[in-house]
Write a protein that binds this ligand. Structure first.
Ligand code: DAH
Length: 339
């Protein structure tokens, strides 16, 4: 039995030492000191021995059991450490690496400018209204005092859908929508897309954006128009900005003016942006023509109003010193990310 114990001890120790996983180690434990294990069998069989032999075998068996338990505990600790180390190595995370930046979009410069224009007029008590891009020829031309023979109605200039429907050439037809069936006071702006049959070049595009403005009430005068646009220009281009009204002609206003702002680069001295003029044209404006008020059912003897319209591309080009309108529509992020 002593020989048997020594063999068990040697075999068990070598199996424990050779175990390469916790499962293998457990298998070895069961094989030797489990309920049906070889060492357990010997301990059970000791009852049949003479007292002298039992004491000797018992001592040895206990020593072997102690040895195996210690070896198993030792090996278990070693395997556990190895498993932890393997996990640490595989889950290694370098917290000093720079983070991965998420690309973030931004507003298109035309939207930024449009939003700014909206804000300024909302601050003056205007309401924002919208009109459709597909519009009647009546709203786009006739009701705006541009009769059938007006040159702006030419097929060369306007995209017609049929004889009476077109892609609006201006945001001015929203004036008609804002006045028809309404009772003044009216104070609205209307931003949106407009279309003209133009070839694409640095300053033309068949699609572009405008903001229309309209105020109608009793006693509205040119002074109100000048004051409003003056405040607008100072808000958009800076406090020191001055405005200049030049006589012009639009069918739907009388009198009409083109409005310039003092150049915000040189302040009026003359530079490359203003082409030496000191002034930059930004919009058209005027007092609403009595015919237009009448075509909307508003009595021109009682009410008067002013209107204005500006191109958003043009304002944005001046504002950011952009020299080619095509850049707005090419969607090149190298351009767009500059704003
Ligand atoms: N609709 C004109 C254009 O597209 C701009 C304009 C001029 C609008 C004078 C107005 C205005 O309301 O009073 O060129």
């Amino acid at each position: 039995m002593k020989e048997e114990l020594k063999r068990i001890s040697a075999e068990a120790l070598s199996e424990i030492a050779g175990a390469s996983s916790e499962a293998e180690l457990e298998a070895a434990r069961v094989k030797y000191s489990g309920k049906k294990g070889q060492l357990t069998a010997i301990l059970r069989g000791m009852g049949a021995l003479e007292p002298e032999a039992r004491r000797e075998v018992g001592e040895l068996a206990n020593a072997v059991r102690g040895e195996l338990e210690a070896a198993i505990a030792d090996k278990a600790a070693t395997l556990k450490r190895a498993a932890l180390e393997a996990r640490l190595a595989s889950e290694k995370l370098d917290v000093t690496l720079p983070g991965r930046e998420k690309a973030c979009g931004r507003l298109h410069p035309l939207h930024t400018v449009e939003n700014r224009i909206r804000e300024i007029f909302i601050g003056m008590g205007f309401t924002v209204v919208e009109g459709p891009e597909i519009e009647s020829a009546y709203n786009n031309f006739d009701a705006l005092n541009a009769p059938a023979d007006h040159p702006s109605r030419d097929f060369q200039d306007t995209f017609y859908i049929d004889e009476t429907t077109l892609l609006r050439t201006q945001t001015s037809p929203v004036q008609i929508r804002a006045m028809t069936g309404k009772t003044p006071p009216i104070r609205v702006i209307s931003p949106g897309r407009v279309y003209r049959s133009d070839d694409v070049d640095a300053t033309h595009s068949p699609m572009f954006h405008q903001v229309e403005g309209l105020v109608v009430d009793k006693g509205i005068t040119m002074a109100d128009l000048k004051g409003t646009l003056d405040l607008f220009a100072r808000s958009l281009f800076g406090e020191e900005t001055r405005t200049r009204f030049r006589p012009h002609n639009f069918p739907f206003t009388e009198p009409s003016a083109e409005v310039d702002v003092s150049c915000f680069v040189c302040g009026g001295k003359g530079c490359r942006l203003c082409k030496g003029e000191g002034w930059i044209e930004i919009l058209g404006a005027g007092m609403v023509h009595p015919n237009v008020l009448a075509s909307c059912g508003i009595d021109p003897e009682v009410y008067s109003g002013f209107a204005f319209g500006m191109g958003i591309e043009r304002v944005a080009m001046r504002r950011y010193n952009i020299n080619d309108m095509r850049l707005f529509f090419e969607n090149d992020v190298r351009f767009l990310s500059q704003f």
